[in-house]
Write a protein of this length. Structure first.
Length: 151
């Protein structure tokens, strides 16, 4: 049975600032798009963040991934990616400038997926949420923000 360490070693994954582990697998020469492999472990989460580009998530293996998203109008959306009949869904696009966080839920202990960003991801266009600022902007989502922020 594959485990977290198998994936980290096989794909030479590094810790991601938002949580989880990643490795960039492709960057278009003109920065039109980029792709990463992303591993999220149980009892961890990808903290609320936003980027200035659309990001497509592709579920590959392991537990379900729940994407928690706050859109530009402050509305909350939840998307589940998994291979389970009740939530059969392998792809989802988070729109540019939406705040989002993710977690894995299930018995495997991890979820393995890929993310593609158009145009290409750049850490200069990445913003990790600050809890107090995000709560001030979206007080109706305080419990969710408290759960999925680290600062």
């Amino acid at each position: 049975m594959l485990n977290v360490q198998d994936f980290i070693e096989q794909y030479q994954l590094e810790k991601h600032p938002e949580g989880g582990f990643y490795k960039r697998t492709f960057l278009h020469s003109d920065n039109l798009f980029s792709s990463i492999l992303f591993l999220l472990t149980k009892n961890n989460f990808s903290a609320f963040h936003k980027i200035k580009s659309d990001e497509q998530w592709n579920w590959y293996f392991g537990d379900a991934i729940i994407i928690h998203e706050i859109d530009l109008e402050g509305k909350y959306h939840q998307t589940i990616l998994s291979n389970k009949k009740e939530h059969l869904n392998f792809q989802y696009v988070v729109k540019a400038n939406h705040w989002f966080a993710s977690e894995c839920v299930g018995d495997e202990g991890f979820a393995f997926c890929g993310c593609t960003v158009v145009p290409a991801f750049s850490f200069e266009e990445f913003e990790l949420a600050e809890r107090d600022k995000l709560i001030k902007e979206f007080p109706q989502h305080q419990a969710l923000i408290n759960k999925f922020t680290r600062q």
